[in-house]
Design a protein around this ligand. Structure first.
Ligand SMILES: [Zn+2]
Length: 234
């Protein structure tokens, strides 16, 4: 299968669904990553958005090697993403590029606006995937992918309806996350818990709920013709 993980920022994928992607990889599936922004505000170590965005794209490309994933950057500005014809077009292009059987994306009710808007756009364009008159640059695809939303930051306002056991790939998930080096100089200074600690606690809590040591939780998108097939999760 083709698995597409869509995120608002570099590191969203590793934090929220990195373990699930590693399980898919172990099963031999093709992994694709698409990001709406390159997180070009998420650092105080650089002096311009261009420098931050470029540095974070390099970090994402390094992390993607652990998943064996291809990466597509849409390059909208961090901390200001909006649902516009332009952003919808870019997301439709990304979905058609990956030709996915499964899409993993941010949750539309996430407190981070970039996360929420990314999740909302993905949901809104699902019915547009096969339409040839929809404004897009990639040709329509015939698949009806299942869309699953991954969790929110530290799980606030998110109750999973399905869990993936990531116990045996958890260490590898952290290795991928550690490649987002710029985020440790940032998150670990401004938050009570550092980024690795946040992921460890959250995934252990989801594991506690599900009966695994470590887990990632998901909710399913539902609309006619695109009902979720839970058997496609690893
Ligand atoms: Zn994010």
């Amino acid at each position: 299968m083709n698995i597409l993980a869509i995120g608002a920022h570099p590191d969203d994928i590793e934090v929220f669904c990195g373990g699930t992607l590693l399980q898919y990889k172990q099963q031999g599936h093709n992994i694709f990553i698409a990001l709406t922004t390159s997180g070009n505000i998420g650092s105080n170590e650089y002096n311009s958005r261009e420098e931050i965005g470029a540095a974070r794209e390099l970090e994402q490309l390094e992390a993607a090697k652990i998943f064996g994933a291809e990466v597509r950057f849409m390059r909208f500005d961090d901390q200001g993403l909006q649902d516009t014809p332009e952003t919808r077009r870019a997301v439709i292009n990304a979905i058609r590029w990956a030709n996915p059987d499964v899409i993993l994306a941010n949750y539309p009710e996430d407190a981070s606006t970039d996360h929420a808007v990314t999740g909302k756009i993905v949901s809104e364009v699902m019915l547009s995937i096969p339409g040839k008159l929809i404004p897009a640059d990639e040709p329509p695809i015939a698949k009806n992918p299942s869309l699953f939303y991954y969790g929110t930051a530290v799980g606030i306002g998110f109750t999973p309806e399905v869990y993936v056991d990531i116990t045996d790939v958890f260490d590898q998930k952290l290795e991928a996350l550690k490649l987002h080096k710029s985020q440790f100089a940032w998150m670990d200074v401004y938050q009570t818990h550092g980024l690795l600690s946040i992921v460890e606690i959250t995934d252990k809590f989801r594991g506690l709920q599900a009966g695994f040591v470590y887990a990632e939780g998901f909710r399913a998108f539902r609309i006619h013709g695109y009902m979720p097939n839970f058997k496609l999760l690893p």
